[in-house]
Design a protein around this ligand. Structure first.
Ligand code: ZN
Length: 268
């Protein structure tokens, strides 16, 4: 089954379905060059030499070639065959949040865990210092739209382009780093979403382990669910969208226990 998943996930878009995306595919994963090029070449411009210095890419798969997708990545094996055998990836959505994101960063630092933050563009603009700390702490940053429309695939093409493209630029202009990954709100995907993400050189990422922590199901439920992680899994949790104390408290148990099992957290 992993092989089938991977073939489907990595299948090239047909030229007829998405000419622009297919044409962009060979350049989809250029970790180094795309950072500086995209950060200064955003749609709006006006960002010259004021951003922070370029940090190294925190991801584990530097420079791996990547093809445009017609399914989102759900495991590290989908993303790159070079993933360490014991690797798992923690993805943290819906921030930055002025209270919970710093708590999350402190916790990750205490356990030496690198993660990936899927950020909402309009909050990035409100919390630039926190976003810059995420980058400075060595985490990966990703595009999670400007306003988090849960029905993104149902919006018209212009609106989808604005949600993905503007968040890309807001993150790039705040951090000096162009995001390489995109997560659709609620994990709701469509071919139009894949195509527009590919036009922005973004790789679409889903998840395998979902504790539904946004619904505050209780610390023990979140903990139990996340402890089901297996090598290669992408885990989902949240630092925004409401009170995230349950998530933080669960991770205080989850992070050391998964590490104790020999699993290694990697940024995407
Ligand atoms: Zn979200």
């Amino acid at each position: 089954m992993p092989n089938v998943d991977r073939r489907r996930a990595l299948g090239l878009l047909t030229a007829g379905a998405a000419g622009i995306a297919a044409a962009a595919a060979p350049d989809l994963w250029h970790a180094g060059p795309s950072r500086s090029a995209s950060a200064s070449g955003g749609h709006k411009g006006g960002h010259h030499g004021k951003g922070p210095a370029q940090p190294p890419d925190p991801g584990y798969a530097h420079g791996q070639p990547m093809q445009a997708l017609h399914l989102p990545v759900r495991s590290l094996q989908d993303l790159s065959p070079t993933a360490p055998a014991n690797a798992i990836a923690l993805t943290i959505d819906d921030g930055p949040h002025p209270k919970y994101t710093p708590m999350m960063l402190d916790l990750l630092a205490a356990h030496g865990v690198k993660a990936t933050f899927n950020m909402i563009g309009e909050q990035v603009v409100e919390q630039p210092k926190i976003v810059q700390r995420i980058v400075a702490d060595g985490h990966q940053i990703a595009d999670h739209t400007v306003t988090h429309p849960i029905n993104l695939p149902r919006l018209d093409t212009a609106r989808i382009t604005r949600e993905i493209g503007q968040a890309h630029d807001q993150i790039a202009q705040t951090t000096g780093v162009a995001p390489k990954f995109f997560r659709s709100p609620g994990g709701n995907w469509s071919q139009a979403v894949f195509d527009i993400a590919a036009q922005h050189k973004l790789i679409c990422v889903d998840w395998k382990i979902d504790p539904r922590d946004w619904a505050r199901p209780g610390i023990s439920h979140i903990t139990r669910t996340m402890l089901q992680a297996q090598p290669g899994d992408i885990l989902l949790c949240h630092d925004g969208g409401g009170d995230r104390i349950q998530t933080i408290d669960a991770l205080k148990t989850v992070l050391p226990q998964l590490k104790q099992r020999g699993l290694q957290f990697v940024a995407l």
